[in-house]
Design a binder for this molecule. Structure first.
Ligand code: KDG
Ligand code: MG
Length: 408
């Protein structure tokens, strides 16, 4: 069996999804997602110029060897661009494998460990009252777990994932007005003084059963993060996410010595070498890697197995940046993983997105139910794809109140 061709598409409804389609001489094809938020043209170019020409003629069933070929063979390995490209190939090869076996992928991993996978939504508000309305909306929609972010009084502009205007639903962090970023302001002192009380008010309003998550988005130093974690302990968070910049694995030691708040990190990691120390020293409770830019199913499965040895559970990244293809790959891993924790899941389901990526994966009652179709269980409509083209966009950047650049 041979790979005969592979095509890369960039575009989608309000999103630059990077979709790889690998064709074979037996008519079976596979799909992969290489979407790297706001840098989408780079994995697409890496695929088109370097990886696809090498793929032609390879046996698609040898997914492990092909992964090693592109990872080891590149010499300059790892990094989000390369790992997103390799990850997309890997997803597509697993999709082909499942279709050849006529089985959904979770069966190839070892079968289901659960009936549905708990997921969480993003609630957001310009202020606390606005956030309460947003949480209530998701609770009414059936979610049992909600991530909460709100504006900080006295901070001059919207902070991470928070709208400027009350009532706005800010699910898209990308600003599509061009590649020059908007500037947000961050005030650590005001955040540290305000947010613990706000989180407690949410707990009091919604009661003990709602799982509440909060994302600090890499903004605190290790000492500040330890102080913040102690302050929010009475809230009973499901997790505190990215309290410190993710590249410093040692940063979490101080927090761990001072607090028992569950910690989640890893959405920017590309490889097991970014998180092995965190996992082996048991400095985290949830690992947030995504199949999209952590090398696909083959590599993420290795991270999940290492995590399982150290009581670390999964909490795969699932921001709207990922296409339904990688969300499907994660749905299969979630169904199987013995150490599954939770899945970030924003209903992507606009009619345009559903038409572009038809699938039977469903969210019901706060749980994701995996499709039983062979392979990934998601398709890609090339006719629909022709309606969209790449739109330049950017994340905001962050400055402190005195103008110093800070971590987005
Ligand atoms: O592209 C960046 C987003 O994916 C990120 O800001 C989302 O932090 C995020 C999350 O937890 O979903
Ligand atoms: Mg995050």
């Amino acid at each position: 069996m041979k790979i005969t061709d592979a095509k890369v598409f960039v575009g989608g409804p309000k999103k630059n999804y990077v979709t790889l389609k690998i064709m074979t001489d037996q008519g079976v094809y596979g799909l992969g997602d290489a979407t790297l938020n706001n840098r989408e043209t780079l994995p697409a170019k890496y695929l088109q110029d370097y990886l696809v020409p090498n793929l032609i003629g390879m046996d698609p069933r040898r997914s492990e060897d092909i992964w090693q070929f592109f990872y080891r063979g590149a010499y300059f390995r790892r990094g989000p661009i390369a790992m997103a490209a390799v990850g997309a190939i890997d997803m597509a090869l697993w999709d082909i494998k499942g279709k050849l076996a006529n089985m959904p992928l979770y069966q190839l991993f070892g079968g289901k460990s659960r009936d549905g996978a708990l997921c969480y939504a993003h609630a957001t508000g310009a202020d606390l009252e606005d956030l309460m309305d947003s949480v209530a909306h998701y609770v009414e929609a059936g979610y049992r777990a909600v991530r909460v972010q709100c504006g900080i009084p006295g901070t001059p502009s919207a902070s991470y994932a928070v709208p400027e205007e009350k009532g706005d639903v800010k699910n898209y962090i990308t600003d599509y007005s061009g590649i020059r970023p908007k500037v947000e302001t961050w005030d650590t002192g005001k955040y540290m003084r305000y947010m613990p009380g706000a989180l407690m008010e949410i707990r009091e309003r919604f009661g003990p059963d709602l799982e509440i998550l909060h994302d600090v988005h890499h903004r605190l130093t290790p000492r500040e993060a330890a102080e913040f974690a102690k302050a929010v302990e009475p809230v009973g968070l499901f997790w505190l996410e990215d309290p410190t910049p993710a590249e410093d694995q040692a940063a979490l030691r101080l927090l761990r010595q001072h607090s028992t708040v569950p910690v989640a990190i890893g959405e920017v990691f590309n490889s097991i070498h970014d998180c092995n120390r965190l996992i082996e020293e048991e400095l985290i409770d949830y690992i947030r890697v995504a199949v999209t830019y952590a090398g696909g199913i083959t590599h993420v499965k290795r991270i999940v197995d290492l995590a399982g040895l150290h009581h670390v559970r999964t909490g795969f990244h699932g921001a709207p940046s990922h296409s339904p293809i990688s969300m499907a790959a994660q749905a299969h891993l979630n169904a199987w993983a013995p150490n599954f924790g939770i899945q970030e899941y924003l209903v992507l389901g606009t009619p345009d997105c559903d038409a572009l990526f038809p699938s039977e994966h469903r969210m019901m009652g706060g749980m994701v139910h995996v499709s039983d179709a062979p392979g990934l269980g998601v398709d890609f409509d090339e006719g629909e794809a022709a309606r969209f083209e790449y739109q330049p966009g950017s994340h905001p950047v962050v400055r402190l109140t005195d103008g110093t650049m800070w971590n987005y």
